[in-house]
Design a binder for this molecule. Sequence first.
Ligand code: HEC
Ligand code: HEC
Length: 381
Amino acid sequence: MFKLNKKLLISISAATALSLGLSACMESAAPTQSAAPVKASIDGGVSYPVVDGKTGPYYVNTQFQGVKINNGRAPTHAEYEEWNSDIMPDGTGLPEGEGSVEEGEEIYEAQCVMCHGDFGSGGGGYPALSKGNAQELHESLTYQRIKPDTDGPVRVFGTYWPQASTLWWYIKDAMPHPLTDSLTDDEVYALVAYILNVNEMEIDGQEVDDEYVLNREKFLKIKMPNVDAFEPKIDGPNGPENVRKYFANPDNFGAQKVKPSERCMTNCQEPTAKVVYIQGAGISDFHPPLSAVRDLPVEKKETNFDAKKAYADNCAMCHDTGAAPAPGDKAGWSSILARGIDTVYKNGIEGTDTGMPPMGGSSLTKEQFKTVVDYIVNQSK
Ligand code: HEC
Ligand code: HEC
């Protein structure tokens, strides 16, 4: 079985989201790995190591099984738990540590510049980490709220993100791609300091200049230029309530023409809301974006679902090879079935730490999955 590896899981998630064709991650990312794996070119430019025919142990979206990318299985629940870390704007989860702009620049030059460009300018499909002086009003979202006909800020960290905690967390957990989770806390502080520096930002009125040393205490004083410019305000203890209120008022996104009290996806009337805005600037005639048609995909009607074939396609590679109990293995199944069939369904759907991937790593629906379980169980009683 694959062993738990948080790094690899995250590196895939980062790259998959970008759809750069980079979805493969490096099985041999850890430099200590000795066996030289085969390499395959996946996106034409970059070669990725292939181990056991797979470019990585996990895939993230079970519906996506890329043609050229042969990723492994879906992570188990236990693996997700291990991976699931948060660093919150109020400092929850943020460790102590310290790093200077100078150190940050050094690490950046060694580990980040090849993708994110000089001074975070971006390039080659990789996101920019800075665009101009984020502290300048006219480069912020706030300014666009005041002058709705301007282009609005470039959506990069300094000019757009409402919270700095996301930056810390993201670098620690997902960067540098694909050697995720390899930086120490101090190194992350240094990199964050450097990124604040190239975004020409201030902390508590003090410019983050070349000499600046960042630590946890100072980090928590960062006020991102746009923190108050989002509507509804999603942060803080009232965040969820604000979001609910906002969307409870159809004026905020265009109501149905026929039933003005209902939310609307198509055939909407113009929203009538006048959004009064922050920092004393009242905005009139501000039109939130009208809703777009977003019909849900038509539900596929499953005809003649073949449990035996689904078993052969999705489960046999483990359940027929001795890795897991096979259909008909009464002894093997009796202890499992003793849990009660509902628990067995649930364990199968969510995965177990004894090696059963969620849904067997298949892209079957839950109903189909249960049918396959029934198929196995009926032979094993
Ligand atoms: C091999 C290329 C590569 C390297 C090296 C790399 N990154 Fe990234 N970085 C990416 C990709 C790809 C994304 C976008 C991932 C996504 O959106 O899913 C990204 C996203 C980010 C983001 C989020 C940007 C945004 O606006 O969404 C930050 C911050 C970041 N990287 C910081 C760093 C830092 C700091 C380093 C060095 C320690 C680093 N990266 C090294 C490829 C790289
Ligand atoms: C990657 C290998 C693998 C695949 C693929 C796989 N299984 Fe499993 N499965 C296991 C292992 C390992 C166990 C745990 C056996 C044990 O606990 O002794 C298991 C356990 C189960 C269990 C028992 C859950 C419980 O209550 O503990 C069910 C049900 C099950 N698998 C159904 C399926 C079905 C249906 C499929 C295909 C859709 C499938 N498995 C595909 C490896 C796999």
